[in-house]
Design a protein around this ligand. Structure first.
Ligand SMILES: *[C@@H]1O[C@H](CO)[C@@H](O)[C@H](O)[C@H]1NC(C)=O
Ligand SMILES: *[C@@H]1O[C@H](CO)[C@@H](O)[C@H](O)[C@H]1NC(C)=O
Ligand SMILES: *[C@@H]1O[C@H](CO)[C@@H](O)[C@H](O)[C@H]1NC(C)=O
Length: 198
């Protein structure tokens, strides 16, 4: 008796589950219904035309010494690769390559660390570039990625977002070590940003 009851109950439960699943599937918005929904959004008032902007400037980091812009908060574990180094930074951005005399372009605040003690000599940057010049005054971009610090090797990092005129920003930046002044412990990087925004 008990056996026949459970045999009867199980298929019923399965059937009920299938009916529920089918109902859930039919009420879930399909690709088609989503498309027709989005065309009803007031797109003209929300979105301006997307544009691509190219920015060119220089970023100076002073590792140590009286004018250091880096505060090294974790020590170097390998002198060959700087492995282990973690630095907090408040660096200068300038329009020209001379950090002493070029017009200021903004501040670059963020963290970098040297992640590898093997053959891949890079540092990872997590930075916010805040601009103070021209139409970009008060706007910022977030830059993330791996940079090879060796001069003559350009690296590409991602634009992870932006504020101000760079809202909805996406794109990439090419970081090119331009000058390494060892006595001053100073590194100047040339930056080309290609950013899409509204
Ligand atoms: C790195 O070099 C400095 C100066 O030569 C030395 O004092 C330090 O012990 C070295 N560090 C390591 C981790 O080898
Ligand atoms: C940038 O904006 C700030 C705040 O509005 C203003 O004080 C400053 O003079 C501006 N800088 C430039 C270079 O226009
Ligand atoms: C630090 O900056 C001052 C003022 O810009 C400069 O005169 C001095 O030479 C710099 N010192 C070093 C070690 O770079």
């Amino acid at each position: 008796m008990a056996a026949t009851k459970s045999v009867l109950v199980l298929p019923l439960a399965t059937l009920a589950a299938l009916v529920l699943l089918a109902a859930a599937a039919s009420s879930f918005p399909t690709a088609e219904s989503q498309t027709s929904f989005s065309t009803k959004l007031p797109t003209k008032t929300l979105m301006k035309r997307e544009k691509l902007t190219h920015l060119h400037f220089y970023w100076t980091n002073v590792r140590i010494g009286p004018n250091a812009t880096a505060l090294i908060v974790a020590p170097i574990l390998s002198n060959a690769t700087f492995y282990g180094t973690v630095a907090l930074n408040d660096d200068a951005l300038t329009l020209g390559p001379d950090p002493d005399s070029s017009a200021p372009a903004g501040n670059a605040r963020g963290i970098y660390h040297f992640p590898s003690d093997t053959t891949n000599f890079v540092y990872e940057m997590m930075y916010s570039f805040a601009f103070t010049y021209g139409d970009y005054n008060g706007s910022s971009l977030s830059l993330l990625g791996s940079v090879r610090p060796t001069s003559g090797t350009a690296s590409e990092v991602s634009i992870a977002g932006g504020t101000g005129v760079f809202r909805f920003a996406r794109g990439y930046a090419v970081v090119n070590p331009f000058l390494v002044d060892l006595p001053r412990s100073l590194v100047v990087n040339e930056i080309d940003v290609y950013v899409s925004h509204y």
